[in-house]
Ligand binder design. Structure first.
Ligand code: FE2
Length: 267
């Protein structure tokens, strides 16, 4: 089972690259299931709209994950309960709309997707290690699903690496999102879970994490500046392709995926 995970899609340039390339990539790499983090995909670079959700599914995505910006486009609060394939972090404060976990199918196999959010330098949410412990007590690989993919939306590398190892042996892939920079540390952990600290963004890298370069610099320099807005050149699609073992649900292989745009490409 080949699963493609793509990191945070940023603004129109990210959406265009998904629309233009995703079907081609799925076909070229024989991908069976695709997960896209869409929480920065709205034209303003924060949040996601109902229309974008639909377009990602049309382009070939099977599940969309999110993070701290999930509610920035208010319409999504009403829509998320109608669309099971759109996830928000599982450990958001209780009574939040939507769900943080779902089980989906591909090739007669069940694929669990769990969306978590970190606690350090992030919006207030429930303790991610407590939430993970509770999840692992309730659900089990090969009993409740054949594969499990965890999108861990967090700011700091240590928290992400700790969560990766906490899920080791109980998930097919743990991959980080949110920093918008791909890390060069994809590997299979001791007990068979594939891991990458951050998928990187699907956005224009001639920027500051996907936002207009000059304006971002001016904000840091405290010069005249506007509210952040996304950069508009061709996006690089970033993430990983993991191959899951049909018998164990653990990883056979993980390859970092970097396609198009400004970054050196790799697969
Ligand atoms: Fe984020």
């Amino acid at each position: 089972m080949k699963i493609l995970f793509l990191g945070d899609v940023v603004g129109n340039s990210g959406c265009e690259a998904i629309k233009k390339n995703l079907a081609k990539i799925i076909n070229k790499y024989s991908v069976d299931f695709t997960i896209v983090n869409g929480e920065n995909s709205a034209p303003s670079g924060v949040g996601i709209t109902e229309e974008i959700v639909k377009n990602f599914f049309l382009a070939g995505a099977n599940v969309i994950t999110s993070g701290n910006h999930v509610w920035d486009q208010k319409e999504i609060m009403n829509f998320i309960d109608q669309e099971q394939r759109l996830l928000r972090p599982e450990n958001l404060i209780s009574n939040s709309p939507g769900k943080g976990f779902g089980v989906f199918s591909s090739k007669n196999k069940k694929i669990g997707v769990l969306n978590l959010m970190g606690n350090i330098f992030m919006k207030k949410c429930d303790d991610v290690f407590e939430a993970s412990k509770k999840f692992l007590e309730e659900y089990r690989l090969k009993r409740d699903y054949d594969f499990l993919i965890v999108d861990f939306h967090g700011e700091i590398t240590s928290e992400k690496m700790a969560i990766g190892n906490y899920f080791d042996g109980n998930a097919t892939l743990v991959i980080g999102t949110h920093t918008h920079v791909p890390t060069n540390d994809s590997r299979i952990l001791r007990k068979g879970t594939a891991y990458q600290t951050d998928a990187g963004m699907c956005g224009d890298y001639d920027s500051v994490i996907g936002m207009n370069l000059e304006n971002s610099l001016n904000r840091f320099l405290k010069k005249d500046s506007k509210k952040h807005f996304p950069a508009t050149n061709e996006a690089t699609l970033c993430g990983a392709i993991v191959e899951g073992n049909l018998n164990t649900g653990l990883a056979i292989d993980i390859k970092t995926f970097i396609y198009g745009g400004e970054l050196n490409n790799s697969i």
